[in-house]
Each structure stands twice: as C-alpha cells, then as structure tokens.
Design a protein around this ligand. Structure first.
Ligand code: ADP
Ligand code: MG
Length: 144
C-alpha cells in the first residue's frame, strides 16, 4: 500500500466527520475497499462519506448485509456493498457486480477481503483497527 495516511478518531462522531472530509477527495468512478473487523467502524465512516455527497441529508445508511448492495440517491450515485456473506470472486461475478466498478458512481465496499484479487489497481484502501472502546486507527492508502 503506497502513501498511507493514518488518523486516529476518538468517537463515532469524529469518524463520521472524517468521512465527510474524505468525500472531497473522491470522484466519479472511485472505488474504496474497507478492511477491518465487525464493529471496527466501516459503516460509520461510510455514513460520513455518503453525507458528504447527499443532496438533502436524508439518506439512511446501513450495512446492506442481507442484500449485498445499497444504492444511494446522492449527487454522485453511491454503491455500498457489504460482502460479508460473499464466498469468493466467482460469486461476486455471478451476481454481475463487477459492472459497478466500471460505472460513473462511487463504490464503497465493506468486507472487500472476500474479493481482494479482483479489486482494480486504483482502489483506495481504508483499514480500520479497534484501539479501544471509542478509539479507532484509520489507515488510508492511495488517496491523492
Ligand atoms: P462495521 O461496519 O465495521 O462493522 P459499524 O460502523 O457498524 O462497524 O460499528 C461501529 C461501532 O463502533 C458503532 O456502534 C459506533 O458507534 C462505535 N464506535 C465507537 N467509537 C468509534 C469510532 N471512533 N469510530 C467509529 N465507530 C465507533
Ligand atoms: Mg458494517
């Protein structure tokens, strides 16, 4: 991972604000792969990213665990994947999801570990680690 930026947040609110700030660095076609355990804060950070692109602040962000994908009606369309239950890249392909990588929208991918072999080389990686109850270390790579 080249060019890693490390940030520590001390509350969910700070992580949401970080997401709002980071949204400025994303553009049409950006792909962001999230790494980190359950409860790390992936969805929380995505809440901020989506807020940064929202038209009117009413978008409801939740992990799309039972449907794999949520699509938000944001200024730039956002495709929010949760691949926790995807077994491998073949299953991902069979659902036709790789077409979203070529779209003009922004792909935010939770549990990207499950398709790591097929992520495009320009993918931005965000790894979140639990430091304590409310502290998280957030490592971001490849962000210009
Ligand atoms: P994930 O999507 O990685 O499973 P979530 O974002 O759904 O994780 O959950 C993170 C949980 O941790 C939330 O309950 C959130 O309120 C809490 N939390 C506490 N501190 C932080 C922090 N600094 N950043 C993000 N979430 C935090
Ligand atoms: Mg989640």
């Amino acid at each position: 991972m080249a060019k890693i930026k490390k940030i520590i947040t001390s509350s969910a609110k700070e992580t949401i604000q970080l997401g709002i700030d980071l949204s400025q660095s994303l553009k049409n076609g950006s792909i962001v792969a999230f790494l980190g355990d359950l409860g790390a804060g992936k969805t929380t950070l995505i809440k901020g990213l989506v807020k940064g692109f929202s038209k009117d602040d009413t978008v409801n962000v939740n992990s799309p665990t039972f449907v794999y994908l949520n699509i938000y009606d944001t200024k730039t369309p956002i495709y929010h994947f949760d691949l926790y239950r995807i077994k491998d890249k073949d299953q991902f392909y069979s659902l036709g999801f790789e077409e979203y990588f070529l779209s003009n929208g922004i792909c935010l991918i939770e549990w990207s570990e499950n398709i790591k072999d097929i992520l495009p080389k320009e993918t931005i990686f965000i790894k979140i680690s639990h430091l304590d109850e409310n502290k998280r270390e957030i490592q971001i790579s490849n962000l210009n």
